[in-house]
Ligand binder design. Structure first.
Ligand code: FRU
Length: 326
């Protein structure tokens, strides 16, 4: 008999319009397939608050055993998550946070550290006076505020580094292009741009390129995805000077969810590693990540084969039962 699915994991994702989210979902699916007793349901989302609230309501109504949420923004998603938690549903928050403490556990890289890594990196480059533009992620989403405070905290204490402008983005490349263009027209001699993620960093580079400034202004992003349009490639191509690794944690999220479901005691804060990626380590990291991708592909192929075998087995078995009049 096919193994009963005893646990249902429901994941409310922010949206899947970018590679980072897609690769997170992918890693979750691969990991979940290792546990036959688990059913993983991902509601993909549309980077929209109302839509995410509906998704979470739907997962609550389905009686998931554990709810994983990556909240678009903290404040508006907090009440519905609290409702689930107070109903007795286990809650694992990933990447972006909610407000308060009404959840089982959090998993993600330390975004304050992401910001300090970026600032310390710039501080390590030179003791000369340097002018910086900070490009911020979506207002009200925790990685944006934490990356900003980490970054600003170091810069304030580094006399030769000055933030001359801050631009509010929404994580997407299009959101910052006009404002950056205007800022560059009125602020000369900019040295560095720190963008809270690689998509906005790439948007910034496109603006610099249009203005012929791409050689003189150096960009630092965040995410460091591997792949054809990822941050690691942009570092290798010298489009970015550096990017700060921000792992998706898809695999780790499922592992942690399974521990919680099995009644194991887990830490409330589960922190993933981050690091600076620049020209010195981009090749090595690419090789490492390529190997992981290769292994993931192999695993997926194996999992597909097993599924096919299972299907064949069940049809054969049913035929046999019919033949035997069972
Ligand atoms: C992906 C993303 C990343 C960023 C993260 C912050 O949707 O925008 O680029 O690092 O979300 O939560």
């Amino acid at each position: 008999n096919k193994q009963e699915k005893t646990y249902k994991i429901g994941f409310s994702q922010t949206g899947i319009n970018d590679e980072w989210r897609k690769s997170m979902n992918q890693a979750m699916k691969i990991q979940a397939a290792f546990y036959p007793e688990i059913e993983l349901k991902i509601l993909e989302g549309q980077d929209d608050i109302d839509d995410q609230i509906k998704d979470i309501e739907a997962l609550i109504a389905e009686n998931v055993d554990i709810l994983i949420v990556s909240p678009v923004q903290a404040a508006p998603i907090t009440p519905i998550v609290e409702r689930a938690f107070k109903k007795g549903i286990q809650v694992l928050i990933v990447d972006r946070k909610i407000n308060g403490e009404n959840y089982t556990a959090y998993l993600g890289a330390d975004n304050y550290q992401v910001g300090t890594n970026a600032a310390n990196y710039l501080a390590s480059l030179s003791t000369e006076s340097k002018r910086i533009i900070e490009i911020k992620g979506l207002l009200g989403s925790s990685p944006a505020s934490e990356r900003s405070s980490g970054f600003n905290n170091i810069i304030t204490n580094t006399p030769n580094l000055n933030i001359v402008k801050r631009i509010q983005g929404n994580w997407e490349s299009y959101s910052i292009k006009d404002s950056l263009s205007r800022v560059l027209d009125t602020n000369k001699n900019i040295d560095y741009i720190f963008a809270h993620n690689d998509r906005m960093a790439l948007g910034a580079w496109e603006v610099l390129k249009e203005k012929g400034l791409e050689k003189s202004i150096k960009i630092v992003g965040v995410d460091g995805l591997n792949g054809p349009n990822g941050g690691i490639k942009h570092v290798q191509d010298q489009v970015f000077m550096a990017t700060i690794l921000y792992p998706t944690g898809g695999e780790e999220a499922i592992k942690l969810a399974v521990k919680i479901l099995n009644g194991e005691k887990v830490a409330k804060r589960n922190i993933l590693e981050t690091t600076v990626i620049d020209s010195r380590n981009a090749d090595i990291l690419k090789n490492q990540f390529d190997k992981i991708t290769q292994q993931q592909n192999d695993i997926e192929k194996q999992q597909d084969k097993i599924q096919l075998q299972e299907k064949i087995y069940f049809t054969q078995n049913n035929r046999l039962k019919i033949l035997l009049g069972l």
